[in-house]
Write a protein that binds this ligand. Sequence first.
Ligand code: OFO
Length: 162
Amino acid sequence: MLTKKVEEFCNRQIEREGNSSNLYLAMASFAEAKGLAGIAAWLYAQAEEERGHMLKFIRWVNERGGNAIIPEFKKPPVKYKGINEIFAEVLKHEQFITASINEVLEVAIAEKDHATVNWIQWFVSEQVEEESSAQQILDKLQLAGPQGVYFLDRDIMNLRGK
Ligand code: OFO
């Protein structure tokens, strides 16, 4: 059984994972409209992953005797300055999500909820991977200079290690 505090933090995370999914969906749509099919495919896949993360939290809360709340989601930005800015934003967002997951973990530790502490380790590892792939893409964009977006669009799906 989840304590009220752990339930509250898990529900906050449901909202954050859902907002992540929508944010990446908006970025994917922007990239697709610009003819960047590879980058769009990467971002669409990322949006699906985030929806999967949200579902994991929903099902965990309900399985542990809580009530998962499906929230309203924020409308993500429609326009972006460019692809470099999008990936800088992805990295910043993932760092925010890492901090947020760590807070859920810290609450679970404080509440002596060993099951949640154990369960959430998957997210801890996932965040290492997500931050590192966003960083990798940003590094490649910087290395490639002005042609970077073209090469990234062609090769980005090969960077998905999963
Ligand atoms: Fe990319 O963050 Fe979910 O967990």
